[in-house]
Design a protein around this ligand. Structure first.
Ligand SMILES: Nc1ncnc2c1ncn2[C@@H]1O[C@H](COP(=O)(O)OP(=O)(O)OP(=O)(O)O)[C@@H](O)[C@H]1O
Length: 233
């Protein structure tokens, strides 16, 4: 589904001198897998995630989705591609606290000329129900942290994307909430056939991974997911 070819990603330091943070000769990421990316701080994990979702143009090389070089698309087409293809989940949720859970989930339908807002609102409510988020709260700020993260998952799923990319999705949750979120991410890959790629150091999430990718100074090493436990569906 995603293919990375000879990707190089460089930033510039304060003096304007380029320095390379990612060098990935080849990587393929298919559906139906939960991929966890680990690595020390500054190793390039977030940069990889943002390169994959079309928000960070590589200095060289290509990021392809179903064969299409996503950075060869115009910005408008790439935005549309992202919306249809990738759901993003962040560590600190990025919810608007004053809006209700449902309004947070459906916020994107107010932009970009979305047709069928009614159907999407129904889908948003159904997603919140399935994820066990109370929909009667007026403000997302009234939700527990676990419920807030599950609201963020519902938002990521609204347009039914085949891929979910998550940056430390359980980092600010306690063990119980982390387990719920990790099981949900596993189910999104295993039962719903999506690619789920999460940057995470959480042993709970790592224990469910199909693939473990370790980044070290911008270089990728794949290790066996030996800790994988069979969890009843
Ligand atoms: N816009 C930028 N300009 C310059 N340097 C950047 C920029 N964004 C990231 N970097 C640097 O690139 C390197 C990789 O950053 P990245 O955020 O991808 O690492 P990370 O592995 O996700 O780190 P962490 O675990 O701390 O979030 C770091 O040294 C960071 O300081």
């Amino acid at each position: 589904m995603f293919t990375i070819e000879n990707l190089v990603l460089s930033y510039r330091d304060d003096g304007g001198k380029p320095f390379t943070v990612l060098e990935l000769p080849a990587l393929q990421l298919g559906r139906e897998s939960l991929v966890v990316v680990t690595g020390p701080s500054g190793s390039g994990k977030s940069s990889l995630l943002y390169a994959l979702c079309g928000l960070l143009k590589p200095t060289a090389g290509a990021v392809r989705h179903e064969g299409q070089d996503i950075y060869a698309l115009s910005e408008a087409r790439r935005d549309r591609w992202r919306r249809e293809t990738v759901g993003l989940i962040f560590q600190d949720f990025h919810l608007i606290p004053e809006l209700s859970p449902l309004a947070n989930v459906t916020l994107a339908t107010h932009f970009g000329g979305t047709a069928d807002r009614r159907a999407l609102a129904l889908r948003g409510r159904a997603l919140l129900d399935v994820l066990g988020v109370p929909t009667d709260r007026r403000h997302a700020s009234a939700l527990s942290r676990g419920e807030q993260q599950r609201t963020a998952i519902a938002r990521a799923l609204l347009f039914d994307p085949p891929a979910i990319l998550a940056d430390e999705p359980t980092a600010s949750l306690d063990a119980e909430a982390s387990t719920l979120v990790a099981d949900r991410l596993l189910s999104l890959s295993r039962d719903e056939g999506r690619l789920v790629l999460a940057v995470s150091h959480d042993p709970i999430l790592i224990s469910r991974a199909d693939r473990l990718l370790h980044l070290e100074r911008g270089h990728l090493k794949e290790t066996e997911p030996t800790m994988r436990k069979e969890i009843p569906a």
